[in-house]
Design a protein around this ligand. Structure first.
Ligand code: GLN
Ligand code: ZN
Length: 764
């Protein structure tokens, strides 16, 4: 019998229950008990759902109130002093580390003011983890028992689970040194953290856990020698001392370059991603001992397409032939965290298209069917139905648009270049825009208030007319414009009130996309996104943003910045096709956006920002041919979208939370870039972009946090940048858009920021 296994299930609830409960708690409307109760219900439902679907190996500890890596930091006492000094309850410490906390003193407690820890993208996904932050004074110890509690909670419900924890090498390697300990290399802490892992694993074993899924996702990266070597130390200790079977788990890529580091480790087995890299089977199978298990990830944890059973079964059969049926497990490629919860909730999808999809709940049955199929079970009907939908999609006309293919074939290199080099463009732009030194701007969105959401909902439901909605949006734009004028920002934005999301908004207006009504996926904390799905060739039937930008420009004399999401980011934050290359999908998007950019210019918008925050996460995880190709085609797509304008039109781009490579940014040839910066407390990071030839704004405050930095904090941030960058190149702006903030915070944050810029303008 081949067993089926699911590496983790979405934790947000089928109707975003977790978000609602968490935000109610943050707003002080509900108690911690209320929130804990919702968490418990979600976990119970998830486990029961998986058991009912017939999944053999079900994960526990895949739940989190914020992020599973942050949970581990709390559990292992990796909590910088700035969070412990307030003696907050554990749950509030978790949230303070995740999102920062600022609150005034009350009679019973002192004021709290602490920024969030750094948040980083989880490999090439749009999930973000909170970066473990170590210092010389970090003392590892078990600070709680979440994995054990949740294991026992499932057991009480009659569900035997396999707890999942991030392994020690990945946990350390994904972390960083705190600003007081910059000489500290996190991996050097391995000997100190291992005893705590042992203690945790022993407790899990004592609670009855037979095996533990220990995630080592960094195994798909290019690892330095000392990190590779850490595997032997780590897993010999853990296997010998913990008394529990370990399934060493990795996903999202190719493990082969690191295979020597894990070959022969005394673990019970390994899990690998065969959706991304089916070619690794021979080598990974050959590296197993005669006892070790191979968990074969064939159901995609990162996308929404129905699994092609015939193809998946072939992979599993090949694994069976190599290691024997009793040592093979059929699994999801990764946790299902990255997929929406349930396709059954989608009532509005075109049935033809809906039949091509499979969300987390559907994927449960997929692993079960595949495991049955390779165990000789009778699943003929399921295989037959699957073949029918796979064939139907391949043949469908929805996927092919001859006009799009033709236009793409005619693109020339000249289409990907601006008319003149930067210096000439700058001169032309100075004439059109006439900006002061240290020009101030924002990244686009302003707070998405309840009122905005209510009106958008009403409009979607047909409860208000298009004219009424348009009037409402205009009123919102007026307020945002008025506020920006009042505080003296230089390049204004319209605030994006009409947008539900920076990608979905465009997806809904482009041909070739399908979108869901409830297909939410966690991005970070309580922020979820609803990625559109690219189902066919992409084109732009009509202008998408011109109306709002033009209106906004009509009510101010200051330059209004048009606001678009770039081709790479739309691609990355959508569920992409798996039947056309990423490059071609991106170029199709670029051509659609090029028309939009040109139309904005025609409408009198002479500053146009094309956001590419996802450009870094699209970078293939390892060095090699795939990466070399990406660093060509990704910037080229951006340039294809933005090079149709005159020299006097200023193209901006924006990037957030990622370790960007300045060379990649340079290749975009944008006139101005804005980069998230405020949480980079490594003082060397400031140098990173100092050779950027065009203009640049390093983000001055963290938009994920309600915290309001005082004006002098802004001044000292500007001071540190002015020391390193030519002052005439500098812009003053926040880290990112303000949509998740409240108005009150935003007003104070931006006022302090603008006033600080004015101080510097006087100085020079
Ligand atoms: N223009 C977008 C906004 O301000 C950019 C968001 C992002 O980079 N994530 O919301
Ligand atoms: Zn951003």
């Amino acid at each position: 019998m081949v067993l089926s296994s699911v590496l983790g299930f979405p934790r947000i609830g089928p109707n975003r229950e977790l978000k609602k409960a968490t935000e109610a708690y943050w707003a002080g409307k509900t108690s911690a008990e209320d929130l804990l109760k919702v968490g418990k219900e979600i976990r119970a439902n998830n486990w029961k759902l998986q058991k009912a679907a017939g999944v053999d190996i079900i994960a526990s500890n895949d739940f989190s109130f914020y992020d599973q890596v942050l949970d581990l930091s709390l559990l292992f006492n990796v909590i910088p002093d700035r969070y412990t000094k307030y003696n907050l309850p554990a749950l509030d410490t978790l949230f303070a580390m995740g999102r920062g906390l600022q609150r005034p003193a009350t009679e019973s407690s002192p004021a709290v003011d602490v920024p969030a820890l750094e948040m980083v993208k989880w490999f090439d996904s749009n999930y973000h983890y909170v970066r473990p932050t170590f210092s010389h004074s970090t003392v590892f110890k078990l600070n709680g028992s979440k994995p054990v509690d949740e294991y026992l909670e499932a057991k009480e419900l009659g569900v035997e689970t396999r707890p999942v924890v991030v392994g020690p090498v990945s946990y350390l390697y994904l972390g960083k040194a705190d600003k007081d300990s910059l000489d500290l290399e996190p991996i050097s802490l391995l000997p100190k953290i291992l005893p705590v892992y042992v203690e945790l694993l022993k407790k899990l074993a004592a609670a009855g856990a037979k095996s533990v899924q220990i995630d080592e996702p960094v195994l798909v990266l290019d690892l330095p020698k000392n990190v590779q070597a850490a595997y032997k130390t780590a897993y010999e200790t853990l296997a010998k001392e913990s008394g529990v079977e370990l399934i060493l788990t990795t996903y999202f890529g190719d493990v082969r370059p690191n295979l020597d580091a894990i070959k022969g480790l005394p673990v019970a087995g390994f899990h690998y991603d065969f959706v991304r890299v089916p070619e690794q089977l021979d080598e990974v199978a050959a590296a197993l001992t005669s006892q070790q298990i191979l968990s074969v990830g064939v159901v995609d944890g990162r996308n929404i397409w129905k699994t092609d059973f015939a193809k998946a079964i072939k992979v599993v059969e090949a694994a069976k032939a190599k290691v024997g049926a009793d040592r093979v497990i059929v699994a999801t490629s990764s946790s299902l965290l990255h997929t929406p919860v349930d396709l059954a909730n989608e009532k509005k999808l075109n049935p033809e298209i809906k039949d091509w999809f499979s969300f987390a709940t559907q994927k449960l049955s997929e692993v079960v069917v595949i495991a049955k199929a390779v165990s000789g079970g009778n699943v003929e009907a399921e295989l037959e139905a699957n073949k029918k939908s796979i064939d139907a999609r391949a043949k469908s006309e929805i996927t092919n648009d001859a006009a799009v293919r033709k236009r793409l074939s005619e693109v020339s290199e000249a289409d990907t270049k601006r008319k003149s080099p930067f210096a000439a463009r700058l001169a032309a732009q100075e004439k059109t825009l006439n900006l002061p030194l240290f020009p101030t701007t924002t990244i686009g969105s302003f707070p998405q208030t309840k009122e905005i959401r209510i009106n958008r909902n009403k409009f979607t439901k047909g409860e208000i007319t298009a004219e009424e909605y348009e009037k409402f949006i205009e009123k919102e734009i007026q307020e945002v414009v008025k506020f920006q004028e009042e505080i003296g920002l230089d390049v204004l934005v319209h605030g994006e009130p009409e947008r539900n999301d920076m990608v979905q908004y465009f997806g809904e207006q482009l041909k070739g996309f399908a979108f869901t009504t409830n297909g939410w996926v966690q991005s970070y904390g309580s922020r979820y996104v609803r990625p559109p799905i690219i189902v066919g060739d992409v084109s732009r039937p009509a202008a998408m943003t011109v109306k709002e930008s033009k209106y906004a420009q009509s009510i101010t004399k200051k330059p209004m910045k048009g606001m678009l999401t770039g081709p790479v980011t739309i691609l990355r934050w959508s569920f992409p096709r798996d039947d056309l290359s990423a490059k071609e999908q991106c170029q199709q998007l670029a051509l659609a956006l090029r028309d939009e950019v040109n139309d904005l210019e025609k409408a009198g918008i002479y500053v146009i920002q094309v956001d590419e925050p996802a450009i870094r996460e699209g970078l293939p995880l390892r060095e090699g041919a795939e990466r070399a190709a990406y660093v060509q085609w990704a910037p080229e797509s951006f340039r294809l979208a933005t090079s149709g304008v005159e020299d006097g039109t200023q193209i901006h781009s924006h990037f957030c939370y990622s370790d960007l490579d300045p060379a990649h940014i340079k290749a975009l040839d944008a006139d101005v870039v804005s980069i998230e910066f405020s949480k980079k407390d490594d003082s060397k990071y400031i140098q990173e972009f100092s050779n950027y030839p065009n203009h640049i704004g390093l983000g001055l405050f963290d938009i994920h946090s309600p915290r309001v930095p005082p004006q002098d904090e802004f001044e000292s941030r500007i001071q540190s940048i002015v020391g390193v960058y030519p002052k005439q190149n500098l812009w003053v702006n926040p880290d990112c858009g303000l949509k998740t903030r409240k108005w009150d915070e935003t007003k104070r944050q931006l006022t302090n920021m603008v006033n600080a810029a004015k101080v510097y303008r006087e100085k020079y």
